[in-house]
Design a protein around this ligand. Structure first.
Ligand code: HAM
Length: 407
């Protein structure tokens, strides 16, 4: 039987791969404009890294890890997300002791053993950014604006949702109140009953309609924030407003990973169906210390690249580069050598088989080339190239030297 890719894992082939590369290039450029530098941690890490950071009670760690014991007896897993590895690297390379601000971006595959469906894969790709060492709420705003700018540059429609998840000052007393509220609710779903024991705040984003009816009366986290969290959350809203960024406050936005404090946000798109989160992130001021580093405030996000690619329309009809072909075998050498020179500046598709003009024009059109460049009998004798501009529909004959100058 033919061997196929595993369930929930997809090959990225043309023409999608073209969008993938275009996305990575533009997103990297924008991240660099925001002072982020590239980092590439390994795909495989010790399982305990994710247990401690993403959290035992999260679905990602509890149910979805690609975990195994390697030949050396180490308990390892394929990374389900990017933040934990970047934090591990940040601490391991003692950047926490250097002080100052360190900003990174990364992209690549993540692995979660989820039930595959539209927009939900077992191997998917993220573009993520992380910022360490800056506690100012302007950094939260910068991070949100960075995500927004990437999505805007591809004309993606979305809604931005924000929330504050509090801090160790205010969260524990809220948790207690929420647990009291939940303790008498026996008709909540089985998942919520489990979460009530392990991570009660996560009940708030339960998708079950009956549970949501019950939680309308639950104590509200935003009403229990301490002064600092309140002040930061108000200031964040002011900054976003003054930058003209539209957002809604979603009190049920709790995120599926345990490390968040204060700001949490998601960009969702109604064009995507059930898996509507395009990007998510927030502040995680305690994680560096929790994993053994010096206390360091941090904030970041990750964009789901497959979900973004669903929403990106590249101009399919855009013509670019050159198509080079010959009508007689004797001309191949000159055509090939011109192609190699031209490729130092431009994309050139080379056709080594002599063909009729009609066949070449058809092939050049299929390649979406801007220029079809052909050497026939006459051009060969005169040392020239016949060129058709397939966009302007004009044609001319040029010398080899003139050909090199065409852009
Ligand atoms: P996350 O919300 O778990 O956050 O994932 C970020 C994005 O990855 C989601 O919004 C979604 O677009 C995409 N995604 C997640 N799971 C899948 C899947 N199974 N199939 C396809 N796409 C998926 C994080 O991973 C955090 N590390 C983000 C972060 C960085 N927070 C702070 N810094």
């Amino acid at each position: 039987m033919a061997i196929k890719a595993l369930r929930g894992m997809k090959d990225i082939l043309p023409p999608i791969s073209k969008k993938y590369i275009a996305f990575i290039q533009k997103a990297s450029h924008i991240a660099q404009n925001y002072s982020h530098e590239y980092i590439e941690p390994p795909l495989l890490e010790e399982t305990v890294l994710f247990r401690r950071s993403v959290g035992e009670s999260s679905d990602i760690v509890g149910k979805e890890m690609y975990q195994f014991i390697d030949k050396g007896g180490n308990d390892v897993c394929l990374r389900p997300e990017g933040t934990a590895g970047v934090v591990r690297s940040f601490i391991e390379h003692k950047l926490d002791r250097q002080g100052g601000v360190h900003r990174f971006y990364y992209y690549g595959p993540m692995f979660r053993y989820e039930r595959p469906q539209k927009g939900r894969l077992r191997e998917f790709h993220q573009f993520g950014v992380e910022s360490f060492g800056e506690a100012s709420v302007y950094e939260d705003a910068s991070i949100i604006l960075l995500a927004k700018e990437i999505l805007d540059s591809f004309h993606i429609c979305y809604e931005l949702k924000i929330n504050s998840l509090g801090c160790p000052q205010c969260l524990p007393s809220y948790r207690k109140k929420l647990i009291d509220f939940l303790s008498s609710k026996e008709d909540i779903c089985e998942d919520c009953k489990k979460r009530r024991e392990t991570n009660p705040i996560r009940v708030l984003d339960c998708k079950n309609a009956h549970c949501q009816e019950i939680y309308v009366n639950a104590p509200k986290l935003l009403e229990h924030l301490c002064d600092e969290c309140n002040r930061d959350f108000s200031q964040l809203q002011e900054i976003l407003q003054s930058e003209g960024v539209a957002f809604t406050i979603d009190e049920n936005l709790v995120r599926g990973l345990d490390y968040y404090t204060k700001t949490a946000f998601e960009f969702v798109s109604s064009d995507l169906g059930a898996q509507n989160a395009v990007a998510g992130g927030g502040r995680y001021d305690n994680l560096v210390e929790f994993l053994g580093g010096r206390p360091t405030p941090a904030v970041g996000f990750a964009i789901g690249i497959e979900r973004v690619l669903e929403l990106i329309q590249l101009d399919e009809n855009k013509r670019e580069g050159f198509y080079f072909g010959v009508m007689i075998a004797e001309a191949i050498e000159s055509a090939f050598s011109l192609t190699i020179k031209k490729r130092k500046q431009e994309k050139v598709y080379f056709e080594p088989k002599p063909k009729s003009l009609k066949a070449h024009l058809k092939a050049a059109d299929k390649q979406k080339a801007r220029y079809a460049c052909i050497i026939g009998e006459e051009e060969y004798q005169n040392g020239t190239v016949w060129i058709k501009d397939l966009e302007q529909k004009s044609e001319k004959v040029v010398t080899f030297e003139e050909f090199m100058g065409i852009q």
